[in-house]
Design a protein around this ligand. Structure first.
Ligand code: FBP
Length: 269
């Protein structure tokens, strides 16, 4: 196992992952507020900001990313995190499931991935199947020495049917998902913001030294967003994985400057 702090996706122990898998997960509707964000090269350019320690892409956009770098002689693009599973909003399913559509071998050998990403829906009727698939991904990533970031999103039948939980953002649910990241062998776990410092603290108390990053969520004001990130980091979190709060902005650079200060320089909001 390579220490996560030696990975290019961390800087001084923390990370800012620019997530751009929304065309898969939500569809082009996420690009409507800022139509130029539908062009992957626009977002690749945003990822060249110093604050960004990784760009998270599905297989096809990752191929596009490597071609873009090669065609334009770009050597300061963000490290590449290949998201090896994903699912669209289109089918009707009995419960949440995210199939694997890229092998770790392809991600590392063909795409030169610096890290692997995997979404885990604990609580779904398909949890068992996803655990088995995650095992294969995690063990392959270990054999290549690349870290694994788990998008740990407990949801589905098991969460909805359990009266002890108020929903996906219930701090107990979020903490449980984070703990699974530790126990299943992720290097970084990405979790929904549970709504408060106490909630994030509950998560931190459950995971020892495992790296944790906050999942951005839908777009909100600079102030509200920075406040959540600050709360996360000051409660022991290791940064952020963010999509819409960056690419749905006309000019995300000032916000990235501020995020850099909060995540890597411990600046207060
Ligand atoms: P955002 O910052 O836009 O919320 O992106 C984070 C992310 O995890 C993306 O990687 C993914 O596409 C999306 O959220 C999935 O969110 P959900 O499954 O809750 O709709």
């Amino acid at each position: 196992m390579n220490p996560i702090d030696d990975s290019p996706i961390t800087r001084d122990g923390n990370s800012l992952i620019l997530a751009y898998d929304h065309g898969t997960e939500h569809g082009p509707v996420d690009f409507e507020p800022m139509p130029k964000s539908a062009d992957p090269t626009h977002v690749f350019e945003v990822g060249r900001h110093d604050a960004v320690t990784a760009i998270a892409l599905q297989k096809g956009t990752a191929e596009y990313y490597r071609s873009w770098e090669a065609d334009h002689g770009i050597d300061d693009g963000a490290p590449l995190l290949v998201k090896v599973n994903g699912n669209s909003n289109l089918p009707t399913r009995d419960d949440y499931y995210s199939p694997t559509q890229c092998s770790v071998e392809y991600a590392v050998e063909e795409l030169d991935a610096d890290a692997i990403g995997y979404t885990m829906y604990a609580g779904s009727l398909h949890e068992d199947r996803m655990w088995t698939e995650f095992r294969e991904v995690q063990e392959a990533a270990r054999s290549y020495g690349v870290p694994v970031v788990m998008w740990s999103y407990p949801r589905g039948e098991g969460i909805q049917a359990n009266d002890a939980y108020s929903g996906q953002s219930d701090p107990a649910v979020v903490a449980y998902g984070a703990r699974l990241g530790l126990e299943l062998g992720a290097d970084v776990v990405k979790c929904k913001y549970p709504g408060s410092r106490e909630g994030w603290q509950q998560l931190e108390d459950a995971v020892g030294d495992l790296k944790t990053v906050m999942s951005g969520g839908s777009k909100r004001s600079d102030e509200a967003f920075l406040e959540d990130v600050y709360t996360t980091v000051s409660a022991g979190g290791n940064g952020l994985a963010v999509g819409r709060n960056i690419f749905q902005r006309e000019d995300p650079e000032p916000l990235l400057d501020d995020l850099e200060s909060v995540i890597f320089e411990a600046r207060e909001v």
